[in-house]
Design a protein around this ligand. Structure first.
Ligand code: SF4
Length: 442
């Protein structure tokens, strides 16, 4: 074991990745350095997600791998936090079966990490400190950013929508927004340190609430961020269709740095299923918002989330989803098999869909989505587009990889000195999931 080293394992969404940057920032401030091997690291932090069944399984798998090194080294600390820790049945399981977990805290008291870490390091006794809820967001926390050219910026936490399948309102609490001045201060700092792209994060950024008489809502916040020198690309996620205002849509025609891509989860194309999901909109309203977006910003890339096999979903309902996908022609979609989340309303419903039907529908949906995606990608052939170079390609280390404004992956030959720069690239090959290009020299 290497003393004074730490390792963070992040499960789940971008908000968890952002929280893990904060935890890494705390560890660096405490004089620890990053160790890529969790078995060798003295302190291991597992930042958990509870959105889907898989996430739970992965977490307990990784936790099991730490048992031996923890038993061998009395100085090793295993720390678990994040959304799963907001669920009592998980805490009970940890108490009964995982004695090698030293510190447990939740999503609301990440700001208390230094105090909790000091106590558990000195007392050598397990600490479990999970808050049920909180009405504030801790400010001024450190961050060890994963990238210097792009960054995630939390603007709000929590969700008040209570979709029938979702555990987030129970793990992240009620919606609360950061003060506009704090957000602008953070982004100005990032811009001054050379950051080019920011992604604003929240479970439902459209319902961001600023300050009366000042920056009051999300659209106004975007307009202020668009004025910050150095920030060339602004992105945000996730949006709820019920809060998609005309004022927000107009930002896509007025703002200089707002990327023309919009992640707008639909979940289902059936009104009966949307009602059962408690989504607060129907397919007509959703299609109306999409039409308005495309009218205001014709080249906008729209992506979405879709759940297949929600309890009670009939073949007719599923066909409505396929039909809606064909109407919107999504650039891409995150597709999920419905999985029961203990503690959510739909978990106890008796009209669950058999797994084989879920899989059969899932495969049909993927086919339709990929067909459209392939056609949409073809439009990039021979085009010259700006690409933010993010590093070397995962599949071919001799190639660079980057992202277009609409989040398409582009691989191209080039020198790593281009990492962090937005450069013109000519697309020479378009495939379903990625593009190949050549650098265009001036
Ligand atoms: S809007 Fe619905 S799906 Fe999204 S986080 Fe809130 S409850 Fe979950």
């Amino acid at each position: 074991m290497k003393y004074k080293t730490y390792h963070v394992v992040t499960f789940g969404c971008q908000m968890n990745e952002r929280d893990s940057e904060t935890l890494a920032g705390f560890m660096e401030e405490l004089g620890y350095s990053y160790e890529p091997d969790k078995i060798v690291a003295q302190v291991v932090i597992l930042n958990t997600c509870s959105v889907r069944e898989n996430a739970d399984k992965k977490f307990f798998g990784v936790l099991g791998q730490l048992k031996h090194s923890h038993e061998e080294n009395r100085e090793k600390l295993v720390i678990v936090c994040g959304c799963m820790m907001q669920q009592q049945h998980i805490i009970d399981t940890l108490k009964q079966k995982y004695p090698w977990v030293d510190l447990v805290f939740g999503t609301h008291n990440i700001g208390d990490f230094p105090k909790l870490f000091k106590n558990v390091s000195e007392m050598h006794e397990r600490i479990i400190d999970v808050w049920e809820n909180s009405d504030t967001i801790a400010e001024g926390l450190p961050a060890k950013r994963m990238y210097d050219f792009k960054a995630y910026v939390n603007i709000m936490q929590g969700c008040n929508n209570f979709c029938a399948y979702c555990i987030v309102p129970y793990t992240r609490g009620r919606e609360r927004s950061r003060k506009p001045a704090e957000i602008l201060k953070e982004i100005n700092c990032l811009a001054q340190s050379g950051c080019k792209e920011i992604t604003l994060l929240g479970q439902n950024v459209n319902s961001y609430k600023g300050e009366e008489g000042g920056i009051e809502n999300f659209a106004q916040l975007l307009r202020e961020i668009d004025k910050i020198d150095g920030i060339e690309r602004i992105r945000f996620m996730t949006s709820h269709p019920k809060d998609l205002s005309d004022e927000l849509i107009d930002c896509f025609k007025d703002l200089k740095h707002l990327c023309h891509c919009f992640h707008l989860p639909v979940q289902s194309g059936s009104n009966a299923v949307l009602k059962a999901m408690n989504r607060h909109y129907d397919r007509e309203q959703y299609l109306g918002r999409v039409a308005k977006l495309k009218e205001v910003c014709p080249d906008i890339a729209i992506t979405t989330d879709i759940i297949v096999g929600f309890p009670g979903e009939t073949e007719e309902d599923f066909k409505d989803t396929l039909d809606l996908v064909k109407q919107v022609r999504y650039d891409s979609a995150f597709t999920f098999l419905y999985s029961i989340r203990e503690g959510t309303p739909a978990a106890s419903w008796t009209n669950q869909i058999p797994e084989e039907i879920k899989h059969e529908r899932f495969n049909r949906l993927i086919e339709v989505i990929h067909e459209i995606q392939e056609e949409e990608m073809k439009q990039f052939q021979d085009k010259i587009i700006p690409v933010l170079i993010e590093g070397t390609s995962k599949t071919d280390k001799s190639m660079l990889t980057g992202r277009t404004e609409s989040l398409k992956t582009v691989d191209l030959p080039g020198d790593t000195s281009l990492v962090g720069k937005i450069v013109p690239v000519k697309i020479v090959k378009a495939q379903t999931f990625s593009l190949y290009g050549e650098l265009v020299n001036d």
